[in-house]
Design a protein around this ligand. Structure first.
Ligand SMILES: O=C(O)c1cc(=O)[nH]c(=O)n1[C@@H]1O[C@H](COP(=O)(O)O)[C@@H](O)[C@H]1O
Length: 291
C-alpha cells in the first residue's frame, strides 16, 4: 500500500461518497432474500450484497460475527467478501471490535492489519475499554502497514452511556470516558495530512453530544469532534439516525463522517437495483448536507 489509511479514506469519500454499507448477514435477512440460514445462504447473500453495492461505496463494513457463526467455512466466505469488495474498489472496514491486553492485541493486529494475513483489511473497529494504552499494538501495526483503526468512543446503543459518559478521576483529566478517547485520537492524528488514520466511532443516534466535550458537561459537536481523523457513524437508517442528525452531532467535522447502514440497505435486496438506488440516494443526500 502506498498511502496512509487516512489519505485513502479521504480520497474514497471524495470519489464515492460518505455512505458505508454494512455487509451483515442476519439470519432473518437471509430468509427474507429467499435463502436458508445456512452456509450456502450466507455465501449467496454476502457475495450478492457485495456485487450490488461495493462498486458504488467508498467503504463496506462486514461484521465478523455473522460469518463466525458458521465456523471456518463462514470465515472463508468473509475472506471472499473482503477480496471481492476490494476488487470492486471499496475500502474494507472489518467490524470486529477487538481489544485485549497488549500481547493479545498484537495477535489480533497481526490477524487483521498485516497484509500477509488471509484476513487483512484496510481498517478494523477496536474497543478501548481495557484502557486506551492497551491498543498500542494495534496503533503501531496500523502505522507500519498503512492501515486504520476505528475506536469505540460513543456507541449507538442505549446501554453505552453507563460506561462512556462516566467521568474519569482527576488523574485522567476529570472528563467523560468518551471525551478522553477522543483526546487520545486527537494526539495520535496530530499533524497528519490530509487526515490521520485513527478514527472514532460515534453513533448517529446520539440525542445529546455534549458529553463528548472536554469538561464532561459542556462542549458538543464542533471542537470536541475535531480529531483530524475519520469518524464512523453507525446507527444511520435502521437505528433511526438521519442525515440531519449527522449535521447536528458533527457540525463542521461532518465531512469526515462515514455514515454506516446495514439492515436499512440490505433489506431492499436481493434486487441489486433497489440496493444500488438506495446507496446512490443516500450518497446524494449526504453530499448535499454534509459537505
Ligand atoms: O462499530 C460498529 O460498527 C458499531 C458501533 C456502534 O456503536 N453501533 C453499531 O450499530 N455498530 C455496528 O453497526 C451495524 C449497524 O447495523 P444496522 O443497525 O443494521 O444499520 C452493526 O454491524 C453494528 O454491530
Amino acid at each position: 500500500m502506498s498511502s496512509s489509511f487516512g489519505a485513502r479514506f479521504t480520497a474514497a469519500l471524495a470519489e464515492r461518497g460518505q455512505l458505508c454499507v454494512g455487509i451483515d448477514p442476519h439470519g432473518s435477512l437471509l430468509r427474507a432474500w429467499g435463502y436458508d440460514d445456512d452456509l450456502a445462504g450466507l455465501e449467496k447473500f454476502a457475495l450478492g450484497a457485495v456485487e450490488a453495492v461495493a462498486p458504488l461505496c467508498s467503504v463496506v463494513k462486514p461484521q465478523s460475527a455473522f460469518y463466525e457463526r458458521f465456523g471456518s467455512a463462514g470465515i472463508a466466505v468473509l475472506e471472499r467478501v473482503v477480496a471481492e469488495s476490494r476488487a470492486a474498489g471499496a475500502l474494507v472496514l472489518l467490524d470486529v471490535k477487538r481489544g485485549d491486553i497488549g500481547s493479545t492485541s498484537q495477535a489480533y493486529a497481526d490477524a487483521y492489519l498485516d497484509p500477509t494475513s488471509p484476513l487483512a483489511v484496510d481498517a478494523i473497529t477496536v474497543s478501548p475499554y481495557l484502557g486506551f494504552g492497551s491498543l498500542t499494538p494495534f496503533v503501531d501495526t496500523a502505522r507500519r502497514h498503512d492501515a486504520g483503526l476505528f475506536v469505540l468512543a460513543a456507541t449507538s446503543n442505549k446501554e453505552g452511556p453507563e460506561v462512556q459518559e462516566a467521568v474519569t478521576s482527576e488523574a485522567f483529566g476529570a472528563r467523560t470516558v468518551s471525551a478522553a478517547m477522543l483526546q487520545h485520537l486527537r494526539e495520535l492524528n496530530a499533524e497528519a495530512t490530509p487526515l490521520g488514520s485513527f478514527g472514532a466511532v460515534v453513533g448517529a443516534t446520539l440525542r445529546d453530544a455534549s458529553f463528548l466535550g472536554s469538561s464532561g458537561t459542556e462542549g458538543g459537536s464542533g471542537a470536541d469532534l475535531a480529531i483530524n481523523g475519520p469518524i464512523l457513524a453507525p446507527g444511520y437508517g435502521e437505528q433511526g439516525g438521519t442525515t440531519s442528525d449527522l449535521v447536528r452531532i458533527f457540525g463542521s467535522n461532518a465531512r469526515h463522517v462515514l455514515a454506516s447502514s446495514s439492515r436499512g440497505v440490505l433489506r431492499l435486496g436481493p434486487d441489486p437495483l433497489a440496493m444500488r438506488d438506495a446507496v446512490a440516494r443516500a450518497n446524494d443526500e449526504l453530499r448535499e448536507l454534509l459537505s
